[in-house]
Design a protein around this ligand. Structure first.
Ligand code: V47
Ligand code: SF4
Length: 399
């Protein structure tokens, strides 16, 4: 992309420290960096250096391709037993009348509204409450599959699974097998926050631990299924907690290969108990995308969730290691709009999203959840270009 330097110029840049040049050499040779080197990148790596390295990896893996998926979100409830300090979305049980608690039939009514839409995936996640138990979710997944077998069910996180399996007195292994049989196709990446207990205990006390989160994903991968991973960053954690988090994900991925994409989630500070904590800057967001791309050498994809970071930063992120954009057509989640996300009404048509990708010199590829190509928009001409009439594609600087 236009902003990217060629990696060779970094290798020869004598103004860089030996350590940073050694890391660039490793990236150039496709070698893995260590935890110490990852920490050094967070502490000393400036934006254009990191962007050049991350863009090199991104283009080695995907060229100019940028993936997107047509999905919709269903949130069964926003009432929650837990009290994560960063969460703007959940209502405590004592204020439950302020929230919503959908029945299975109500959820199915929402799903049926998309019957005539070309969506490939439903993403289901919400608060934790006793009535949403093992049986409820098994019945829900079966009902979705009976109604629309080809709709990919990406649902719940280890936070919910840990709770419902404990309550249902089944082991993680038994529980995940039951979910698979009921119709669960894959797991989204939420609930990961920051694994390290020093931080997790302060921001997400009471819900599943980092080890439990990782173990549930491992079992799911052993059943032959895929999942995503996230990291909630830019609050009270330090760089070493981010590296610890990335390292644990990299280790599990070495073992199972079951993760598809990593999604860094920028902490938004409105309407929660951490409103006094300033949000990270755009520069830090881009640095974080880039270091994630460099560190997680065994992850195929790095995803930007544009409703949260905004369209402009999402476009920029495509030069800093990101190759995947989430949130198309009618974005239906309230998690971020309630936390002060950039996009209060996050809805883009496919044409708008494709043009957003094209305008920064990338090629838009619609994918399904498992990254099978649904439609390559590279040479697609929209019947009526209602969005960016006569846009000019920018020159691309590949590494
Ligand atoms: O786990 C909650 C985060 C996550 C805030 O897998 C917040 O494809 C920022 O995981 N500021 C849920 N983040 C969303 C999620 C996700 C989103 C898009 C795609 C995928 C995927 C997964 O949202 C939670 C938490 O880490 N979150 N509150 C907040 N104030
Ligand atoms: Fe509940 Fe999830 Fe919000 Fe935590 S982040 S309070 S588990 S809805």
């Amino acid at each position: 992309m236009q902003t990217a330097r060629k990696i060779e110029t970094v290798l020869q840049d004598e103004s860089l420290s030996t350590e940073l040049r050694n890391i660039a050499q490793k990236v150039y040779e496709g070698k893995r960096i260590t935890e110490e080197e990852g920490l050094l990148l967070f502490e000393k790596g400036e934006l254009s250096y990191l962007g050049t390295l991350a863009n090199y990896i991104r283009e080695q893996k995907h060229g100019n391709k940028t993936y997107f998926n047509r999905n919709f979100h269903v949130e069964p409830t926003n009432v929650c037993l837990y009290t994560c300090t960063f969460c703007s979305y959940s209502r405590l049980i004592k204020k439950r009348e302020e929230g919503w608690e959908y029945s299975l039939d109500e959820i199915m009514d929402i799903i049926k509204k998309y019957d005539d839409q070309p969506v490939t995936e439903v993403h289901i996640v919400g608060g934790v409450l006793p009535q949403y138990d093992l049986k409820f979710y098994a019945d829900l997944f079966s009902a979705i599959k009976a109604h629309r077998p080809d709709l990919h069910v990406k649902a719940l996180t280890p936070v919910e699974y840990h709770y419902i399996f404990k309550k249902g007195k089944v082991t993680y292994e038994e529980g995940m097998k039951l979910m698979k049989e009921a119709g669960l196709d894959s797991m989204p990446g939420g609930g990961a926050e920051i694994f390290h207990p020093e931080i997790r205990d302060q921001i997400a006390g009471g819900k599943c631990t980092g080890e439990e989160w990782l173990r549930i994903h491992e079992i799911w991968h052993e059943l032959g299924r895929r999942s995503n991973a996230t990291m909630l960053y830019g609050h009270i954690e330090k760089f070493e907690h981010r590296i610890d988090h990335l390292e644990k994900l990299r280790q599990l991925q070495d073992k199972t290969g079951g993760f598809q994409t990593f999604i860094p989630l920028k902490f938004r500070n409105q309407g929660n108990q951490m409103s006094h904590v300033p949000e990270s800057t755009v520069i830090e967001d881009l640095r974080n995308y880039a270091i994630s791309r460099i560190y997680l050498d065994n992850f195929d994809h790095i995803k930007a969730y544009w409703p949260m970071i905004g369209r402009s930063t999402a476009q920029l992120s495509l030069a800093f290691g990101v190759d995947d954009m989430d949130g198309t057509i009618d974005d239906t989640t309230k998690i971020y709009s309630m936390a002060g996300a950039e996009e209060q009404n996050p809805a883009l048509s496919t044409e708008q999203l494709v043009n957003m990708i094209r305008r920064v010199g990338r090629e838009a590829i619609e994918r399904d959840t498992l990254y099978n190509v649904v439609k390559d928009y590279t040479d697609h001409v929209f019947e009526e270009d209602t969005v960016y009439k006569g846009y000019v594609s920018l020159p691309v600087v590949n590494n």
